[in-house]
Design a binder for this molecule. Structure first.
Ligand code: ZN
Length: 137
């Protein structure tokens, strides 16, 4: 079995932001030489998440609105006593910091409306990492 690991680094410009990393993940899969297997996309961050969904401006704005409504950045969360980002920790915990995709025929399998995004919820940050690990044969 082959294991190929790459690290993608992105910077974010606002508190909430969805960064499309589809192209960079697919390039890592191509470089891996894996024909059939899996691709793990993992953000080693407690205040960010990884999702697969449509790259459409309205959806991206809806996601940010949903995150604000559900996780309430202005609420007096206990974690805000030490660090003003409880909403981002809670959202990361529930959404998840990783997604797994099949690799078939040397290509990452995803739906037409499933681009891969790093979801920034505590930006702006100069350096957000995403680990892409491709495993298979
Ligand atoms: Zn924190």
């Amino acid at each position: 079995m082959k294991v190929h690991v790459e690290e993608i680094v992105v910077s974010t410009g606002s508190r909430f932001e969805l960064v499309d990393i589809t192209g960079r993940v697919e390039e890592a899969v191509a470089r891996s030489g894996v024909k059939n297997g899996f691709c793990l996309v993992f953000a080693p961050h407690a205040t960010a998440a990884v999702i697969a969904n449509e790259h459409e401006r309205g959806f991206l704005e809806d996601m940010v609105e949903l995150l604000r409504e559900v996780f309430k950045p202005e609420k007096a969360w206990r974690h805000n006593r030490i660090d003003d980002n409880a909403h981002a920790h809670l959202a990361s915990a529930l959404i998840g910091a990783a997604r797994m995709f099949p690799v078939m025929g040397g290509r990452l399998v995803r739906g037409t409306w499933q681009n891969i995004f790093l979801v920034e919820m505590d930006g702006p940050r100069g350096r957000r990492k995403v680990i892409v690990e491709v495993m298979g044969e």
